[in-house]
Design a protein around this ligand. Structure first.
Ligand code: SDX
Length: 429
């Protein structure tokens, strides 16, 4: 069987090689097509276009498979922690005991933001959205660590371990400080002896004279949430990080752009939109049936449902859905929104509108409920997604920076605007 594709345009035949991935996924390599034929391909939204070859994460949307560096998400969710999984995603291997200790020490050493950065928060209105603060301050880290942000890939790679630790550790600190600022509360500084998640919760909820000690169930649930968000192939925000990294921009600038892309309600903002949707349904005394009817008319979207890649159940949604029940039982709390969510899922999965469009719950459908139960404020939900996705963004920046023949990402377009217009003096328009 020929390992090439043949394209015939204007009665001329062009051949394009076929690329086959580790799991057998196929691609037509069109890199020479424009040079040979003058034609580009058109794929609005890149739904059918591979932008890179990557070693980090694999998704099979039809089978509902997600693997980080070859490890199934179900195994990592059961056995690993966010920090260990972050190491795996960034460096490609599960760490030894010594490696994870050294990594944790780097994170601890890099946990506090530069002193002068505290003044940045004073300029923001209390009601500022934390994603706006997060993207601004992460990018500003390059002002405090210019040696890590030279915009020369080789130089920035030489300091990669420290840059990665600074980004991964301080995204958490900036997030907590933005919450404290919004509540006009004093900042709580990171503690050297606390693990990643416990330190975040300490910085969020401790008070100057009373330390917040999370229930083990809460720490476990937050570890799971962050781990499940740690990477996801070329989603909107990760592709944004790669786009920016391809210009040789430093890691802080690249992941700050990822934060901006994640903010949108069609992407990371969906976890907040799900809770707002469930609360509105609850307030209307609806069990979700009316909302489903509206969603089927196109008037509303069932937030937390549907996915560009998963045409089967998002494996992360399955894991989080089960964790919701476990956390609530162990904490002895109930949340009517969970009942509504489960009813929405049950009805939608039996309704042809959703079945025919292969719409299933995605990672955002249950994640907001579990974050609500463990006490994360709703306007921090997308920030939590950003903390979780940081390892994936860092790993993708590294993959672009290390590419031996890396080229700047610069898609083509099809121009459909006006043509050949003649300038008319202003007084004659
Ligand atoms: C994330 O890419 C990633 O990997 C993202 C992510 C990650 O980890 O990085 O997984 C995280 O972003 C998950 C998605 C979170 N977003 C939401 O839950 C928002 C609600 N979902 C939709 O907006 C939508 O499903 C998207 C954005 C997720 C996917 O959009 P697509 O692939 O462009 O699909 P589409 O809009 O073309 O929809 C196809 C059809 C349309 O109907 P028809 O025009 O064929 O009649 O399905 C309908 C859509 O109207 N549809 C929905 C729907 N999602 C799609 N109808 C009702 N409710 C929905 N949620």
């Amino acid at each position: 069987m020929a390992n090439e594709a043949r394209i015939i345009v204007e009665d001329k035949e062009y051949t394009c090689p076929i690329i086959t991935g580790t799991e057998g996924e196929k691609a037509v390599d069109i890199r020479a097509l424009r040079g040979d034929s003058g034609y580009v391909t058109f794929d609005e939204g890149y739904a059918n276009t591979g932008s890179c070859q990557s070693n980090i994460t694999f998704i099979d949307g039809e089978k509902g498979i997600l693997r980080y560096r070859g490890y199934p998400i179900e195994e990592l969710a059961e056995h690993s922690t966010f920090v260990e999984t972050a190491y795996l995603i960034i460096y490609g291997e599960l760490p030894t005991c010594e490696q994870v200790e050294a990594f944790s020490s780097r994170l601890a050493r890099n946990a506090a933001v530069p002193n002068d950065m505290e003044h940045f928060f004073e300029g923001y209105p209390a009601k500022s959205h934390p994603m706006a603060i997060l993207s601004g301050l992460i990018n500003s880290l390059s002002c405090f660590y210019p040696q890590y942000a030279t915009n020369n890939h080789q130089e920035d790679l030489a300091n990669f371990d420290e840059v990665a630790a600074a980004a991964l550790s301080q995204v958490r600190t900036i997030a907590a400080m933005s919450y404290r600022m919004s509540q006009r509360l004093p900042y709580i500084y990171p503690k050297k002896d606390l693990r990643y998640v416990e330190n975040f919760l300490h910085m969020m909820f401790s008070e100057p004279y009373s330390e917040y000690i999370p229930e083990p169930e809460v720490s476990k649930a937050l570890n799971l949430i962050l781990l499940l968000h740690a990477d996801h192939e070329q989603n909107c925000s990760t592709s944004t990080v790669r786009m920016v990294a391809s210009s040789e921009a430093n890691l802080f600038a690249s992941v700050a752009a990822g934060v901006c892309a994640l903010w949108g309600p069609l992407h990371g903002g969906a976890n907040m939109a799900v809770i707002n949707m469930l609360e509105a349904i609850h307030a209307d005394g609806d069990d979700g049936s009316t909302f489903i009817a509206d969603a089927k008319t196109g008037r509303k979207k069932l937030m937390g449902f549907g996915h560009r890649v998963y045409k089967n159940y998002d494996p992360r949604a399955k894991i989080i859905g089960k964790a919701c029940e476990r956390v609530m039982n162990n904490l002895g709390v109930e949340d009517p929104l969970l009942d509504i969510a489960k009813h929405l899922e049950e009805v939608a999965l039996q309704d042809d509108y959703f079945i025919s469009r292969k719409l299933y719950p995605n990672v955002d459908f249950y994640s907001g409920i579990i974050m609500r139960v463990i006490g994360i404020p709703i306007n921090m939900f997308t920030v939590m997604f950003g903390i979780g996705r940081m390892p994936g963004w860092i790993a993708n920046w590294k993959e672009v920076a290390e590419h031996p023949n890396g080229r700047i990402y610069r898609p083509r377009q099809i121009y459909v605007g006006e043509n050949q217009r003649k300038y008319v003096p202003r007084d004659q328009r």
